[in-house]
Design a protein. Structure first.
Length: 270
């Protein structure tokens, strides 16, 4: 019979696994340095091979997003779901390899199903005759008025300035990049986490200028900048604080999603 006890060595060595186990269970604070290197090595080619089998997953940008999502999932669960799953250190290199690939495979399958449904729906629409292309689609003045009114309502609200900027950034990203809200949340996280709120507002305004139906007035801009001059609980000017400093314990994407949903509820009530 084939000896499979060292079948993980193509991906990481015994020493690397020992480092991972020690950094995650003994190091204070928890350290993910070796874990990150090994997971990157394991999954980069693996994700590419699986995605190559789906025409709608072959885009390299999607593959990088998939890796980031899988890595976050692995990072959040590696201690509770593997290394200390039974209350004591689970020293099982082969089991670790299988666990990483199983988590990755399940995520990619779910992601592929989601993208497949989107592709299917788009294909079904193309079957109808006389389907207008984007140049034929007409949006009524009333609809554009309501959209502009929604932006005005949020800008003039007394909601937390970080929540207001979050909603503006996500909605403008949806329009500016033609993304759905889930992808827009990720884009905002990537682009804004390390920006100050002042820099984030500047980015929002620069992109808003490129959306023909959206007009943010000088008074509204002045109101937003005035709010950035207020002092936060830490005694620091809000405009000088990094956007990422406002994230809740649940994490960046959960925070962004939660804030935009709260403002959605706020608008619906009006």
């Amino acid at each position: 019979m084939e000896d499979t006890t060292k079948s993980y060595l193509n991906f990481f060595s015994d020493d690397e696994f020992e480092s991972i186990a020690w950094e995650l269970t003994k190091h204070n604070p928890v350290c993910y340095d070796t874990f990150a290197v090994v997971v990157k090595r394991m999954l980069t080619g693996y994700i590419g091979r699986i995605c190559s089998g789906y025409c709608y997953l072959r885009d390299s940008h999607l593959q990088e997003d998939i890796f980031q999502d899988i890595y976050i999932k692995l990072q959040k669960t590696c201690i509770t779901h593997f290394f200390l799953r039974n209350g004591e250190i689970n020293y099982d290199p082969l089991g670790f390899k299988n666990w990483v690939f199983t988590v990755a495979k399940n995520y990619i399958i779910d992601f592929a199903k989601k993208r497949g449904r989107i592709q299917f729906n788009e294909a079904e629409l193309d079957k109808f005759e006389n389907t207008p292309d984007s140049s034929d689609i007409v949006v009524s003045d009333d609809a554009l008025c309501k959209l502009s009114e929604a932006f005005c309502t949020v800008i003039c609200s007394n909601l937390g300035i970080h929540k207001v900027l979050t909603w503006l950034a996500v909605m403008i990203t949806v329009c500016y990049r033609n993304q759905d809200k889930i992808d827009a949340n990720r884009t905002v996280e990537e682009e804004c986490t390390n920006l100050t709120l002042e820099q984030m507002l500047d980015l929002i305004l620069s992109r808003a200028d490129k959306i023909t139906w959206l007009s943010i007035g000088d008074e509204q801009i002045a109101g937003l900048r005035s709010r950035l001059n207020e002092t936060g609980k830490s005694g620091v000017r809000l405009g000088d604080m990094k956007y990422g400093d406002f994230y809740m314990k649940a994490g960046s994407i959960k925070s962004i999603s939660d804030w935009t949903n709260r403002i959605k509820e706020y608008l619906e009530k009006r």
